[in-house]
Design a protein around this ligand. Structure first.
Ligand code: MG
Length: 161
């Protein structure tokens, strides 16, 4: 793994941990608003992002380089209505997708075939992340500020395994 590839992988460990931190903040925020199902969904998302960070760091170690853990910024504490929360999550996932694609370009330019293969999993994962978050944004947009509708969606998200 050369320096350019090292840099993008190392920075992405930090970015995935920031995602985890942001989803934890969203989970706590939604719990505070009594949307317990949405809070549960966000907590699972938080755990997934930690796994993503670990997966990248472990791959770096397997390639014989030492990940350097960087500082993680504090996420916001307020996110607005449930629709606004999930819209922010979707925007964030689109941003992560653009980062993963940029990483892939670096790996390709540097002819780092192992890094390219490792990133395939992340490219597929981002399609899923965006799809599931967009689906929730659509459902929340449909119910608007109807409280019954919001609690139906809350119950659905509470069933996430
Ligand atoms: Mg991720």
């Amino acid at each position: 793994m050369n320096n350019k590839v090292y840099k993008v992988f190392n920075d992405q460990v930090q970015a995935e941990l920031y995602s985890a931190y942001m989803y934890l903040a969203m989970s706590l925020y939604l719990e505070d608003q009594n949307f317990k199902g949405m809070a549960h969904w966000m907590r699972l998302q938080y755990e997934e992002e930690r796994e993503h960070a670990f997966r990248l760091a472990k791959f770096m170690q397997e390639r014989g380089v030492k990940p350097e853990l960087l500082q993680i910024d504090a996420p916001p504490a307020e996110f607005g209505t449930p629709l606004e929360v999930f819209k922010k999550a979707l925007e964030h996932e689109k941003y992560v997708t653009s980062r993963i694609h940029a990483m892939y370009e670096v790996a390709m330019e540097e002819k780092d075939y192992a890094a390219m293969t490792h990133l395939h999993w992340f490219i597929d994962e981002q399609v899923e992340e965006e799809d599931q978050t967009r689906d929730i944004v659509d459902r929340l947009a449909m119910v608007g500020d109807n409280m019954n509708g919001l609690f139906v969606v809350d119950g659905q998200l509470g069933a996430r395994k």
